[in-house]
Design a binder for this molecule. Sequence first.
Ligand SMILES: [Zn+2]
Length: 498
Amino acid sequence: MSNPHANKESPGGPPGSPLERWEPVIGLEVHCQLLTDSKIFCGCPTKFGAPPNTQVCPVCLGMPGVLPVLNRKSVEYAVRAGLALHCDIQTNSIFARKNYFYPDLPKGYQISMYDRPLMTGGWLEIDAGAGLKRVGLTRIHMEEDAGKLLHEGFHDSATKSYVDFNRSGMPLIEIVSEPDMRSPQEAHAYFSALRNALVWIGVTDGNMEEGSLRCDANVSLRPRGATKFGTKVELKNLNSFKFVQFGIEHEIARQAAVLDGGGTIAQETRLYDPKEDRTHSMRSKEEAHDYRYFPEPDLPPLVVTKEWVEEIRKGLPELPWDRRARYVGPLGIKDQDARVLTSDRSLGDYFEAVSKASGAPKAAASWVLTEVLRKLKEGEAGIASAPLPPERLGALLKLVESGAISGKIAKELFEEIWTSGADPAALVAERGLTQVSDEGAIAAAVDAVIAANPGQVASYKGGKTGVLGFLVGQVMKSTGGKANPAVVNRLLKERLDS
Ligand SMILES: [Zn+2]
């Protein structure tokens, strides 16, 4: 499907770079493990980290004569992902056998989908730094995972490999993008936005160390200005955001060197090796016909009714991009800030709660993005383990907004309540920290500061108005941070300008 948003000219790289001549064309295939309790065609648990071969049964071990039964929840999660990614959900789709031999696949075929996938089309919006761009999706299909070969960690690993079938039959969706990306940065932004969306809607835990999200890339180069695609190489094993970017960067450089040297690119599958930070050839790329696909005879066509799709649609949460638009529009948050706040649903939820409790969305955004993130960074913790309940931070901001306490006192209280979670209003009452806005009380402090700083007063009167900040600071200091800075400012100016 052609995508009118994908044709933006990408930058040619630094002068002298091969990217002045060659334009990268990148598509990603992402495997995402769905967060169901049981596997896709049997009742075995999907828990990660169990001892090898303890979560298996004749169905997922591929014994002869067994019959697969489709897990309804896995279909619901797949459709949920498809709806979030603007796909067309097909009423009828067909599971197919993808035949190949590998030791982690004892039955000799993987149940996948071929010419009748569950979902087609769709798109995802990304921003790799040059503004918003839509990356088109070709399809999303369901399939089962294979087992896992263990090549390391055994006394005889030098000569033998072991296989753990706990992963066999885990429910996956494969999300295939159009070749719409033009730089490693865009591929990185896409993978990251995709992970955020899938975790956001609760269909995967997105844990890349545990293999819940795995990414392969198709990379080719073409002369700048050309419309025809070059020969593509499939890059496997890009299982982190860093590896997606580095792996593709290396592959682009490798292909450019081959082409600049007058060579041709072989269609093949290459493996990115993060230890050596290079790619090496794995095998020549197989074509679809090599897999001898045919419809899975043990499963009827998958029927997903329009009613069911609508039911699933109703259960979708507000999506990150919709939430971002609401933050920027009605709430008046800066676009860049809204982006950070929606990069993680828990962070967004925290902000929402602070905003609601304080009635001050902009102040809430500013505090969450500076003070809260700073605290989390110090403690190397995620927002989910923030000790300060958002309602308490909201209450603190409400005290600032209403003028009850100064910003300075608020910062001090924040440091304290971050871990204690104490009620800021109670602390303010207990310690008499209420901001003083009474002119009479502040005037005395202002007069004292003017009397004590004749030099600064003279330079202010001589035109150096920047000195005012210093004088305001002195008054704040002498009042223990409790004076209302706006009143201090006004009174000081009244006296100095008269
Ligand atoms: Zn099983």
